[in-house]
Design a protein around this ligand. Structure first.
Ligand code: G6P
Ligand code: MG
Length: 218
């Protein structure tokens, strides 16, 4: 039985992937580096430093410059999230969180973003989580299972009874590596290794999902 639901944030509960894209794009334009929305798809779930290294594609940059670029991108990103409100929750997010709560399932947040707390506060959902962990909570980021295992520990739910909701391939790997159910949110092509995929949170019925998982093997 599923006793804990762990949510990724960016691209699952809200479309901040687009805001990450715009912040990276502005930085890349300033540096004269080509960067497209399609390139950004591969950065879903990827931590800040690793994202920048991928954008630089082997261009040599000093550690000092790397730090400066990461800070500048973050400044652009933080500016854009300051405008978020509860209207920026993706369709179905609020009602899914409410249904899980009603079903007695513990709810956790497992986001690689160091801005995660600020974002859930802006979205007006911070108080719905029984546990929140972000990019600063563990050393090894997704696809390592550490962040989700940490959240499961905070929820007091054993990993095998947790279901993770993720839009990124790295997050699906992390959930599987932790022995959890991996529920993909988004296109099948990106989420091939998920146990089950929904195009969006608004397609999920908690009872159907629980039924489905109870009849499945990991
Ligand atoms: C999430 C997003 C990534 C982002 C990462 C770090 O995983 O999907 O696009 O790079 O968080 O976010 P941060 O806000 O700490 O730079
Ligand atoms: Mg994500």
């Amino acid at each position: 039985p599923v006793q804990g639901a762990i949510f990724d944030l960016d691209g699952v509960l809200t479309d901040t992937s687009e805001l990450h894209y715009r912040a990276w794009k502005r930085l890349a334009d300033e540096a004269g580096i080509p960067f497209t929305r399609a390139d950004n798809e591969f950065l879903r779930g990827i931590p800040r430093r690793e994202s920048l290294l991928r954008i630089l594609k082997g261009r040599k940059v000093s550690e000092e410059k790397l730090q400066e670029m990461m800070e500048r991108k973050n400044q652009y990103y933080v500016e854009s999230i300051s405008l978020l409100t509860k209207r920026d929750l993706l369709p179905g997010a609020r009602s899914l969180l409410d249904s899980l709560k009603t079903a007695g399932i513990k709810i956790g947040l497992g986001s690689a973003s160091r801005n995660a707390l600020l974002v859930v506060e802006k979205l007006g959902i911070a108080s719905l989580f029984d546990a929140i962990a972000d990019g600063a909570s563990v050393v090894h980021q997704k696809p390592a299972p550490d962040l989700f295992l940490h959240v499961a520990g905070l929820l007091g739910v054993s990993a095998e009874y947790c279901a993770v909701f993720e839009d990124a391939a790295a997050g699906i790997e992390a959930a599987r590596a932790g022995g959890m159910w991996a529920i993909g949110i988004g296109p099948h092509e990106r989420l091939k290794n998920a146990h089950w995929v929904y195009p969006g949170l608004n397609e999920i019925s908690v009872t159907d999902l629980l039924d489905r998982l109870s009849g499945m093997k990991k």
